[in-house]
Design a protein around this ligand. Structure first.
Ligand code: PEP
Length: 250
């Protein structure tokens, strides 16, 4: 039985003081939450939020990291820095990184392997653009992104990987994939994991859905067989929106 995993991606919102206040609220509100829960503030707020969630049931996430361990890389943040600050999980290959900042499957794969080799958990984001969906290429795209993102990752390391299916056209747009459409892509993703690794690995893989998840649609989405949680952007910035999603009872 896969554990439901709810993650909040705070994107480029909240100063350290604002992030600390939100984390404090969430910490008390989510005390009895039975799911795996993560919040991912921006880099500058990680330290403040780390001291709030330390020892609680909330994991600390980062939204990105460099593809190299350390060196002359102005403006980048390394895996070692994330580890030192108490980060548990790093979100990699988010569509805003792929499509706004031009990250390729190859670079994302380097990041995935680096994070895993340092003991961080990874949320690997995949998802097709509207153009790709309309051209009937959604399945092909997520299959390729899954294969490329996991290249060189061992089956043993896979226990530290979550996949987030986030159709690009649904992120921050208010549009959501239907539960059936999302479930179908999750099934394709699970089959891809089965082809690369094994039936057991596919069965164990936690696959989140992301893209305008709100309290109104979360239960329907997560009730689908292949949807094991949610990666939540906008709605994770407000306790009264994030809470009912995180407390969903599968
Ligand atoms: C995201 O940032 O990963 C996301 C899915 O955003 P939103 O929920 O706002 O669409």
């Amino acid at each position: 039985m896969r554990k439901t995993f709810i993650a909040g991606n705070w994107k480029m919102y909240k100063t350290p003081a604002e992030a600390r206040a939100l984390a404090e609220e969430l910490k008390s509100a989510l005390k009895g939450c039975k799911h795996k829960v993560l919040i991912a503030p921006s880099f500058t707020a990680l330290d403040a939020v780390s001291s709030v969630v330390k020892g609680s049931n909330i994991l600390l996430g980062a939204q990105n990291m460099s593809n190299v361990e350390e060196g002359a890389h102005t403006g980048e943040t390394s895996v070692l820095m994330l580890k030192a600050i108490g980060v548990d999980v790093v979100i990699l290959g988010h569509s805003e990184r792929r499509h706004v900042y031009g990250e390729t499957n190859e670079v994302i794969n380097q990041k995935v392997k680096l994070a895993l080799s340092h003991g961080l958990e990874v949320i690997l984001c995949i998802g097709e653009t509207l153009e790709e969906r309309e051209a009937g290429r959604a399945e092909e795209v997520v299959k390729k992104q899954t294969e490329a993102g996991l290249k060189g990752v061992s089956e043993d390391q896979l226990k530290d990987v979550t996949i987030a299916y986030e159709p690009v056209w649904a992120i921050g747009t208010g549009k959501t994939a239907t539960p059936e459409d999302a479930d179908q892509i999750h099934q394709v993703t699970r089959d891809t994991v089965k082809n690369i690794y094994s039936a057991d690995a596919a069965e164990a893989m936690v696959i989140q859905y992301g893209g305008s998840v709100k309290p109104e649609n979360a239960a329907q989405l997560m009730s689908m067989d292949n949807i094991d949680g949610a990666l939540v952007g906008g709605a994770s910035l407000k306790v009264d929106l994030f809470l009912p999603i995180a407390e969903y009872d599968k």
